[in-house]
Write a protein that binds this ligand. Structure first.
Ligand SMILES: [Zn+2]
Length: 409
């Protein structure tokens, strides 16, 4: 049997348990030696030769606490090496370890375990990890993509909708760049568990699929597309750290953006149609450190945009649900109330929830005070951005007006 994974071989005597060596791609397997005994064969693709370890009476320990994460260590007695395996297929790794255990005691291995050829292992080529297609003629239309790819860049290859679904079945991809094509829509049902970077810059996208499942996605670039609104589907990718939506036609940033994207550090909405930004971006206490806001139609005047304080039973009930953390879902209360509860904004003074009854002002703010670097066009020397602040009550509203210098104390 053989298993593709990442491997690190550590000499226990030399490294004293710690090593700066990195795990490298390779193959580990079981082979029968000339005297009919099982040996462990380890080959790193960066090396030409494979290393063989006798197994009978020569295994000190099998460390398998993280086996369900595809990690395990085989400790060999002589030489005193730790063969550390990671990013392995879990089932294959379990089979390998149970076979190593049997071989170490001299027991027979199941008939399903076949000896590998050491010569064949030494001839194995490093699997293709990266593919760059810069023109349509290089696109592997007929032969398809190697399933081992971790990084795929398809630029200026005239890709259109529907996009080749084979791209989204590459389970090992961590970076996918489809910039400079003519894609208007992504397919539904995308699930890529290792993807951390998705770049679809300079296409014709009008929306983003709401059923995309990329649980490790950190960097998403949808700049230079045709997005007319901030797609709510983006709010489901809670792992995002960098989001680039520049050069679209977005008018409004959702108020809850930093509540549902708590990891967001760099947010780019330059060259859109955004007039004001929600107070959550300007209120601090988040991971956001860089905000690109160049080339948007700025609201430069301080102004009152809403003043509705006649409290209703609905407002009181909704505020109580948030205050007392009462659980709710579509089955227990109407959908419209659920949507209201999901998208409330907090009072800029006392942090109470505001729903329908509130006071709202637009006031230019410097975000540098909360540690956010703002990029604005040169014409806006002040680096202030127009922030939409909401206040839950007349008392808080008056406080906000005073702070903004809109009424005298
Ligand atoms: Zn308040």
């Amino acid at each position: 049997m053989k298993l593709d994974c990442k491997i690190k071989i550590q000499d226990r005597q030399r490294t004293n348990g710690s090593s700066t060596l990195k795990a490298a791609k390779g193959v580990v397997g079981l082979a029968k030696s000339n005297n009919d005994e099982w040996v462990l064969v380890v080959r790193l693709f960066k090396d030409t030769n494979a290393t063989q370890y006798k197994l009978r009476d020569n295994v000190q320990a099998l460390l398998h606490r993280c086996i369900n994460n595809g990690m395990a260590t085989i400790q060999i007695k002589m030489p005193p090496h730790d063969v550390q395996l990671c990013e392995a297929n879990v089932e294959s790794l379990k089979t390998l370890l149970s076979s190593v255990r049997l071989a170490s005691t001299g027991s027979n291995l199941p008939s399903s375990i076949r000896s590998i050829s050491i010569n064949a292992v030494e001839k194995l080529q490093r699997p293709a990890l990266q593919l760059i297609v810069n023109q349509a003629i290089d696109y592997p239309t007929l032969k398809g993509f190697p399933s081992t790819l971790e990084k795929l860049i398809v630029n200026a290859a005239h890709l259109r909708t529907p996009v080749d679904r084979r791209i989204f079945t590459l389970k090992n991809l961590h970076t996918l760049d489809l910039s400079d094509n003519n894609i208007t829509e992504l397919p539904s049902g995308i699930q890529m568990n290792h993807l951390h970077t998705l770049i679809i810059r300079s296409n014709q996208l009008k929306s983003f699929p709401n059923d995309i499942k990329c649980p490790t996605l950190k960097h998403l670039d949808l700049s230079q597309n045709q997005l007319e609104k901030f797609d709510v589907a983006l709010l489901n990718i809670s792992t995002l750290e960098r989001l680039n939506l520049s050069s679209n036609k977005i008018k409004c940033i959702p108020r809850i953006i930093l509540r549902v994207l708590p990891q967001l550090q760099v947010f780019n909405v330059a060259s859109n149609l955004v007039r004001v930004i929600p107070n959550s971006i300007a209120s601090g206490g988040t991971r956001l450190h860089t905000f690109h806001y160049d080339d948007n139609p700025l609201a430069t005047e301080k102004m009152i945009t809403c003043k509705r304080f006649n409290t209703t039973l609905l407002e009181i009930a909704l505020r109580a649900v948030i205050k007392y953390r009462i659980p709710y879902d579509f089955k227990t209360i109407p959908r419209t109330l659920c949507l209201l509860l999901d998208e409330y904004e907090t009072c800029a003074h006392c942090a109470s929830a505001c729903f329908i009854r509130f006071g709202e002002i637009i006031v230019p703010k410097q975000l540098s005070a909360i540690g956010v670097t703002v990029h604005v066009t040169a014409a806006n020397q002040s680096f202030a951005v127009p922030v939409q602040e909401r206040y839950c009550s007349i008392k808080c509203f008056n406080y906000g007006l005073k702070r903004a210098g809109m009424i005298q104390m």
